[in-house]
Design a protein around this ligand. Sequence first.
Ligand SMILES: *[C@@H]1O[C@H](CO)[C@@H](O)[C@H](O)[C@H]1NC(C)=O
Ligand SMILES: *[C@@H]1O[C@H](CO)[C@@H](O)[C@H](O)[C@H]1NC(C)=O
Ligand SMILES: *[C@@H]1O[C@H](CO)[C@@H](O)[C@H](O)[C@H]1NC(C)=O
Ligand SMILES: *[C@@H]1O[C@H](CO)[C@@H](O)[C@H](O)[C@H]1NC(C)=O
Length: 413
Amino acid sequence: MTRMFLWYFIVTLNFATKIRAVIDTVPSDFFFSSNVPEATSKFVNACNIANGSFEYFNHTMVGPQNEELQATVCVVGKSDARGVVFTISGTHGIEGYAGSMAQISLLHMSDMVLWKNIKIVNLHMINPYGAAYTTKENEDNADQLKNVAAYYNLNYDNAILQELIDGIDLPNLNNMTTLQNAFLTFQKLQTKYGAEAVNLALKTGQGKRPQGVAYFGLSKSWSSQIIDGVISKYVGKPEKILLIDWHTAVGNYGYWTYLALDSDTADIFKKWVPAASTEPYDIGLPTGGEVAYTFVKERTGAKRVFRVTWEAGTYNVTPNTNAMFFQRLHCRFYGSATEPFCQQVIANTKEYFYPQGANWKNLTYYDINRVLPLVLSGFANEEVNCGPLAQVSILLIVMGLFYSLTFPQKLID
Ligand SMILES: *[C@@H]1O[C@H](CO)[C@@H](O)[C@H](O)[C@H]1NC(C)=O
Ligand SMILES: *[C@@H]1O[C@H](CO)[C@@H](O)[C@H](O)[C@H]1NC(C)=O
Ligand SMILES: *[C@@H]1O[C@H](CO)[C@@H](O)[C@H](O)[C@H]1NC(C)=O
Ligand SMILES: *[C@@H]1O[C@H](CO)[C@@H](O)[C@H](O)[C@H]1NC(C)=O
């Protein structure tokens, strides 16, 4: 048994050395991109290096520069693996460039877990429309995270949100007087219902105002259909799944914060990465609604599904941030991308969800490459019925990673 542990330790050292070698050779763009084709090509390249296989899902629309839009899945590992790491980028469109970087980083470290009977399924830029047009929402103006049957079948009336949307003169929101009136409408609602109720309404969403904020959509979106297909064809029927949905804008600038979608996941992440930044998941649910990605467990029959959204932090929310969301909608439905007002709104939206400074790209790259190996090895060693033997081997693997990441030069020389 001692020999087995020693073997774990040595194998981990070996792979951690490889990770270190990858970290030491990052390009200056840190695997970030400026448009969907560039991100797709970097992702497919990383997939090829990892000896993965990929499939394109071409969107019916093109981007603002007439560029092709597509989602892409890359699969690495044995098809019948017991554990699957399933990650999705671009759920919120423009947030997908950070997710693309995280998925490329994950592919670079994939051989660290493949020997543990793990398969990695990365679904890249699931909402390429939003990534190309600098919106969080998809081509139907729906929030892809809320585009599940449990929401849109409710035909849900969100009175507060409807009052807010109806009280804002969206067609004229480029007029400063109209914008001031929108702020007043928002304040009046907060006085009438309380700030907490208004906040909750915004998180809960609405299904009746297709041009409004926090819209669910009417039915299964293009992206939701692809997720369904990828789960059937590539995720399959494993015993355990680690689902990571990559996002931005929650947490400190340049650092990643995970939001566990259930208490089982919260407990396990505390064990795997006790020092990693986290916040409670606080998306409000309408009565009869359900937490994001509940369907993954139902569809796969997996015994355990760990679910997180993982957020690269950007800027604090201010009243201007909220105004920006409405202005973006004005530009989408009533403005033109060439008028200076909308160019500014689009630039502000992009910076908020995808900061362009080299420092942000650098920080987010190094932060995720520091934490992700620990999460991967934690998941790979998580037995569905976790016994003492498994726990000792986790300890050795974590020690191995710690040792090799702390003293990289000794190993490389
Ligand atoms: C990919 O396959 C090639 C050829 O079999 C092999 O030399 C290489 O080490 C593999 N790369 C990875 C990351 O497994
Ligand atoms: C989808 O896009 C890829 C990449 O541009 C292209 O090679 C492929 O032919 C397209 N597939 C279809 C069915 O149009
Ligand atoms: C903005 O709206 C106000 C009120 O409707 C109007 O009086 C004003 O002329 C508008 N300003 C511009 C620049 O259109
Ligand atoms: C990125 O960050 C690393 C360490 O955190 C630093 O050594 C490096 O100089 C930075 N590179 C750029 C281009 O900012």
